[in-house]
Ligand binder design. Structure first.
Ligand code: NAI
Ligand code: MG
Length: 479
């Protein structure tokens, strides 16, 4: 772990194993941090915050973020390789993720000097200002599907705002963030500004959520843990932002470009082995093209190259853990009973080791089925037919989630009518998944609240202070 500028073990001396999902081999052991370690990290962060970080100039914080971006750029291939070894994802996607991390730190490096306040016109002879101030120490809890990228999405805005951080990577995938931490000092981050604690959710994440010196929690992960965090943060009325999962609809009208649509449906749910919060896992297809669409998706899904992420030709690697593989296998079983199978439905037979599952397509899925309502977080597509625009919207919004949605059509009138009625925080037209670091990211309904990325991301780490300055020198008339 990296606490107060030094790499340390857990106070208890306990460790846990980290695996390569393609070989099931242990590739590292990490300290199993607990409350005592979180205490040290929070104390270091608090000391760093009051001891200077909050008073640094925005230019200086920006420069630190640029240097972090430069380090990731310089170490791109090495970090991408570690990301793939640890998460299973295809190396090409890991490289893309590293580029994304660079862009993210650069974006927030630039934004650091643009966090402005406001001057508010008031009726009295006074000057009223609203200024933005850093919240203090932020607790950040990271998932395993985009390990370093999710850390960048949270560290970038926190540091730009002037906050310090206690950040916990997922226990499955701590390696890239620990690697990057080796460079923090050389990038000009004073000790304690960013502390990386590793450990299990309840034992290490839990104490972050309830620590009295941690003012804000930013979490990405399951809705189940999101609810727990909100409950546990309530006693201290801690600020919380939650980016939870989804069951995002990818809607195809019969007038969409057919080839692009099929590719968009596959890409939407099979990228990163389907371990994507915004995965287009519900594919809604208009009746006129339904049969042809199911057949085309199934034919193409069978050509997806599944294999070790480290091979450049691989399109889908193994899932991150045995636990996640089992979860997805369970949903494949459920799906085979609830709907018809067009492709996959099990585990590929060619691998002796590795947590692989087949790209799987179910069709004639009822929107009330479990595979249409519950987040699977794996390469499982549920295809649902619809009649017309109203039908598509009714089905699309009939989910407790609301992270993302996409609509495919050549008719711009129809596209925008649908966009306006979709209850989702991110909506794509004729595409699915491109993520712009400059634009807001987050969910409606049970996909959470708060927005990451863009200037919205930095707001999550800022308090607003009203300042009233009296300009009238005459005594108060009240006496
Ligand atoms: P999870 O929500 O348990 O884990 C995410 C992070 O939260 C990890 O760092 C974990 O250590 C931490 N955590 C777990 N329990 C905690 C607690 N009690 N207090 C504080 N922190 C805690 O996700 P898990 O179990 O790995 O995956 C389960 C499902 O969650 C997946 O199948 C998927 O549906 C969803 N998920 C969604 C993600 C997203 O991007 N929105 C990312 C990861 C998982
Ligand atoms: Mg969990």
């Amino acid at each position: 772990m990296y606490i107060d500028g030094r790499f340390v073990n857990a106070k208890s001396g306990k460790t846990f194993n980290v695996y390569d999902p393609a070989t099931e081999q242990v590739i590292a052991t990490c300290p199993a941090g607990e409350a005592a370690d979180v205490d040290l990290a929070a104390a270091a962060a608090k000391k760093a915050f009051y001891g200077g970080w909050r008073g640094t100039s925005a230019q200086e914080r920006g420069r630190v973020l640029f240097r972090i971006a430069d380090r990731i750029r310089a170490r791109r291939d090495e970090l991408a390789r570690i990301e793939t070894l640890n998460s299973g994802k295809p190396i090409v996607e890991s490289e893309y993720d590293m580029d994304d991390c660079v862009t993210c730190f650069e974006y927030y490096g630039g934004l650091a000097t643009k966090i402005n306040g406001e001057v508010i016109p008031v009726p009295t002879n006074a000057m009223v200002l609203a200024v933005k101030e850093p919240m203090g120490v932020a607790g950040q809890i990271i998932p395993w599907n985009y390990p370093l990228a999710m850390a960048a999405w949270k560290l970038g805005p926190a540091l730009a705002a002037g906050c310090c951080a206690v950040i916990k990577p997922a226990e499955q995938t701590p390696l890239t963030l620990l690697e990057l931490a080796k460079d923090f000092e050389a990038c000009g981050l004073p000790p304690g500004v960013v502390n990386v604690v590793t450990g299990m959710g309840p034992e290490c994440g839990g104490p972050i959520v309830t620590h009295p010196d941690i003012r804000k929690i930013a979490f990405t992960g399951s809705a189940e843990v999101g609810k727990l965090i909100m409950r546990n943060a309530a006693d201290q009325l801690k600020r919380v932002s939650l980016e939870l999962g989804g069951k995002s609809p990818n809607i195809f009208f019969s007038d969409s470009d057919f080839e692009a649509a099929v590719d968009g449906a596959l890409f939407g749910v099979f990228i990163n082995q389907g371990e994507v919060c915004s995965a287009g896992s519900r594919v809604l297809v208009q009746k006129e093209i339904y049969q042809k669409f199911v057949e085309a998706c199934a034919a193409k899904a069978k050509t997806i190259r599944v294999g070790p992420g480290i091979e450049r030709e691989t399109k889908m690697g193994p899932l991150v853990s045995a636990e996640q593989r089992d979860r997805v296998r369970k949903y494949q079983e459920i799906g085979r009973k609830e709907a018809k199978t067009a492709a996959g439905g099990g585990a590929p037979s060619q691998f002796a080791k590795g947590w692989y599952v087949e790209p799987t397509i179910f069709y004639d899925v009822d929107n009330n089925a479990r595979i249409a309502q519950e987040e699977i977080f794996g390469p499982v597509m549920s295809i649902i037919p619809f009649k017309d625009e109203a039908d598509a919207l009714r089905i699309a919004n009939a989910t407790p989630y609301g992270l993302a949605a996409a609509v495919w059509t050549r008719d711009i009138f129809k596209a925008f009518r649908v966009v306006k009625q979709l209850e989702a925080g991110v909506v794509w037209v004729n595409h699915m998944q491109p993520t712009m670091l400059e634009a807001p990211w987050g969910g409606y309904k049970m996909s959470g609240f708060g927005r990451e990325l863009g200037h919205w991301g930095v707001e999550e780490y800022l308090e607003t202070k009203q300042i009233y300055v009296n300009l009238d020198e005459t005594p108060i008339a009240w006496y």
